[in-house]
Design a protein around this ligand. Structure first.
Ligand code: ATP
Ligand code: MG
Length: 252
């Protein structure tokens, strides 16, 4: 059950987000390690001022261009993402025409079912990677983390994998996919290995992406291609680190 957080509380938004995660854990959506990952995320969110900064805007534009140019884009969701912003990922899936695929680091039948029903309750029409959907294994990964949808990640050219683990990101990149991630930690392996890293909180990123996609649908293919070609992920990650460094210097 969600604990009421009064709007007047100085950290109301952050506490509200935290409650969603705890509720997701109680419902069997979020793994124990997902709660710990959220704590890491909160820490980095403090450091970037809990706002979408210019380095995230820049990466978001490139991510949207890449999704618009993709032939088979897929949006991968895990327990944390489903608990934090189910409506937002469904909306993003609609505007990008990219299917949603459930991908779990800690995969159990119970968690699969809980996530499928949770997403359906929020109005998702089709969810890949669980239930009757046919899955296959990708060689680069160990054990259950290899499982991907035959209609989804297996054939995807561009994969959106927010809050992803480093091993899986490396495997996706090694299997030739273009990987877009959202990760508040600019130093994580995922942040470093993905082609596009949006250093921001998923709850801010996904609605912003939907807004940008609608705006950028008017762009020519050439313009979208230029945005992708000009994007430099290492430079963007350095911008994030420099921002944090500068902010800490000012605060101290
Ligand atoms: P890696 O495996 O990539 O080296 P890790 O093991 O530290 O990273 P994981 O648990 O594998 O972390 O991945 C989760 C990532 O998601 C973490 O880097 C964490 O900072 C980030 N994260 C957690 N919550 C959010 C959020 N709400 N928005 C964006 N990023 C988040
Ligand atoms: Mg990890």
């Amino acid at each position: 059950m969600l604990i009421e957080v009064p709007d007047s509380h100085p950290r109301a938004l952050s506490l509200h987000i935290r409650e969603k995660l705890i509720d997701g854990f109680d419902k069997g959506l979020v793994a124990k390690a997902g709660l710990i990952a959220h704590g890491r995320g909160e820490c980095f969110d403090y450091l970037i001022g809990e706002k979408t900064q210019s380095f995230a805007e820049y990466a978001t534009e490139a991510a949207c261009a890449m999704l618009l140019l993709a032939e088979h884009p897929v949006l991968s969701i895990n327990g944390n993402v489903a608990a934090l912003c189910p409506e937002d990922v469904i909306e993003l899936s609609k505007v990008t025409h990219a299917p949603l695929e459930i991908n779990l680091f800690y995969r159990t039948k119970e968690r699969e079912d809980a996530l499928l029903h949770h997403m359906q309750d929020y109005g998702a029409q089709e969810i890949l990677g669980v239930g009757d959907d046919e899955t296959v294994q990708i060689e680069e990964l160990q054990s259950k983390r290899r499982i991907v949808s035959k209609k989804g990640i297996f054939i995807a050219d561009v994969v959106f994998v927010p809050l992803e683990d480093g091993d899986r990101t490396e495997a996706l990149v090694a299997s030739g996919k273009k990987v877009i991630t959202v990760d508040l930690n600019p130093l994580s392996r995922t942040a470093q290995k993905a082609q596009i890293t949006i250093v921001d909180n998923i709850v801010r990123t996904v609605p912003f992406m939907t807004k940008k996609i609608i705006e950028m649908k008017k762009y020519s293919t050439q313009k979208l291609q230029e945005i992708c070609d000009n994007f430099d992920n290492q430079h963007t990650l350095k911008m994030a680190l420099q921002f944090i460094q500068q902010r800490l210097r000012e605060l101290s």
